[in-house]
Every structure is written in C-alpha cells, then in structure tokens.
Write a protein of this length. Structure first.
Length: 182
C-alpha cells in the first residue's frame, strides 16, 4: 500500500501542471551554479531505473486492435558526481478506451546526506508532455512555482541476483521502491 501511495505522489507531482496548452518557455535548461548540491558518492552515481505495469490489457471493439496496457509507469534517476541529477518519468493509462501518455524530464541538483541516508532533489528545469490517443494535449516547461524539492530516504544494496539497487522512499517508515542500476 505504501508503494502505491509513493507512486500516486510521484504521478501527482508530475501532473501538477495545468490543463491549458502553454507556449514553450524561453528559459534555459541549464542548472544554476548556485543551486544547493553535494558531491554524489561513487556507489550512487549513474542511472537507476524503476518500472511497474498492470496485468490488464485493453483491446478495441475490433478485437484485432490492441489499445494498450491498463497502466504502466517508469521512473529513472541519473546522478552525476558533481551533485547534478536528471529524473525521467513516463506513464500511460487506458481509461474508457482513451490512451493517455505522460512524460517528464527534470534536471537539477541533489544534496546527499549519507549519515541520515537522504537525497534531496532541487529541480531547476522540467519539461512535461501529455498525449491523448496519440495527439499532443499539452507540452511545456513547468513554471518555478510548479517544481518542488523532494527528500527521499535511501539505502544502497543489491537484489538476490546481484544487481545493484537503490531503495528510495518518501519517509523513513515507507516501503521503498527498488531502483536497479543500469
């Protein structure tokens, strides 16, 4: 249940944007040099991926036309040594025969506190796109008031098959999501 709540939180964070179509922002996607950051430990550097999908599949009234999976979601973090990060988010859902696809790319800085096992992200630029049945419904850069720092609790480890894992949660008491090293 707590994993589901974390997923809902992340999806809502991405969907905070309004539904009107805005023109592309003229802001640069460069990360300001004065953004808070710390160096990223070597065992956390690199690309970390998480994904989930439902077992429900949808077909149109014409049984030969596949509409899609009921719900899919994937997130990835790329942490660089100098305290910068990129976060990728994508999801798709099928509701009432309508396929909605969302994706966002965020760039910013991170502060990592190994003693408290926290990673705090500070976004400086997010680009968001939403399509409905293959047509772009919204595509824009988020405004500064729509981007917020997020604190994650982390633990580095490995899965039973030996794959490096980064376990992230929004509170110390939540069940973490398992991000695998890619």
């Amino acid at each position: 249940m707590k994993k589901f709540l974390l997923l809902v939180f992340v999806i809502n964070l991405v969907m905070l944007s309004s539904c009107k179509k805005d023109s592309p922002s003229k802001r640069s996607d460069e990360i300001p040099s004065n953004s808070p950051r710390t160096n990223v430990p070597a065992d956390i550097q690199g690309m970390w991926m998480y994904g989930n999908f439902s077992t429900t599949e949808y077909w149109s009234q014409n049984p030969s036309e596949y509409i899609g999976n009921g719900l899919t979601m994937a997130m990835a973090f790329k942490f660089a040594s100098g305290g910068t990060y990129e976060q990728y988010f994508t999801s798709s859902s099928v509701v009432g025969g309508v396929v909605t696809y969302q994706q966002a790319v965020t760039k910013g800085t991170v502060e990592i506190n190994e003693d408290n096992q926290t990673i705090t992200s500070h976004p400086s630029h997010t680009h968001y796109k939403r399509t409905t049945n293959g047509q772009t419904a919204e595509e824009r850069d988020l405004r500064p008031d729509e981007m917020h720092s997020v604190k994650y609790f982390f633990e580095a480890g490995s899965e039973p098959n030996g794959t490096n894992a980064l376990y992230l949660a929004l509170s110390e008491n939540d069940n973490p999501l398992t991000f695998l090293k890619k």
